[in-house]
Design a binder for this molecule. Structure first.
Ligand code: CA
Length: 237
């Protein structure tokens, strides 16, 4: 049987950008990098397209006429059909405070304009890798830690680590989203669920417990406090 190489599914990227020149440039360069690119000029058109077919990733401009990129990101997150849909926000230079707002709205990453297409493509691939792997992997390994998502066990050098259920979920989330900064409210949404009302301090309490549990194995260093932003799980210490 002949296999058509074109039949292989390319990841679909929905580019939401009102500036036609940027949209065309993105369509061209992402297309050449092997992505199927769909274009929307505003949030409403993007929403219509997502309703018809959920893409693999949304590249979303912050400044859009009508509904802003952040509002659309929030809508995407609050719809059960699209809550896992990866979003990369495009922000303008100098909008530093927007980055945190964007991440809190549910974006997976952001890229500041003007950007190099090479960098953008690398970020897209990184986000796609992250979103594909967590659910499908049974054992997640970062540094000296292995986490078994099926038996709910955490092992360091063949020694099981005792963790409470919340600490386990927190560590699971961190290990499947390593190298990224999360604010306390994002961690609440992701680990506790966004229908629960819990104070942000609760996150600090559980982070402290998790660190204490990992301390004996010298793995508490992976959980890093990022001043003014939140926490990051990283092997690079
Ligand atoms: Ca724009």
């Amino acid at each position: 049987m002949m296999l058509n190489p074109m039949a292989k599914d390319n990841p679909t990227i929905l580019v939401v950008e009102d500036e036609a020149a940027i949209r065309e440039m993105l369509n061209f360069s992402l297309g050449r990098a092997g992505f199927d690119v769909h274009e929307a000029a505003d949030a409403r058109q993007a929403q219509d397209m997502i309703n018809q077919q959920v893409p693999d990733l949304v590249l979303l401009d912050w400044m859009l006429p009508g509904t802003s990129g952040v509002d659309l990101a929030q809508k995407i997150r609050h719809n059960t059909r699209t809550r896992e849909l990866p979003i990369i926000l495009l922000t303008a230079r100098g909008e530093e405070e927007n980055k945190i707002k964007g991440l809190e709205a549910g974006a997976d990453d952001y890229v500041t304009k003007p950007f190099s297409t090479q960098e953008l493509i690398a970020r897209i691939r990184a986000v796609l890798r992250r979103t594909v792997s967590p659910g499908s992997e049974e054992i997640i390994k970062v540094g000296d830690l292995s986490l078994d998502t099926v038996s709910h066990r955490v092992i360091v050098n063949e020694t099981p680590v005792e963790l409470g259920p919340t600490e386990f979920r927190l560590l699971h989330f961190f290990m499947s989203h390593a190298e990224r900064v999360f604010s306390r409210s994002q961690l609440l949404d992701q680990v506790w669920g966004n229908n629960v009302y819990i104070e942000e301090r609760t996150v600090d309490v559980h982070i402290r417990r998790l660190r204490r549990a990992l301390e004996a194995y010298n793995c508490d260093k992976y959980i890093q406090t990022v001043r003014g932003a939140g926490y990051r799980f990283s092997e690079q210490v």
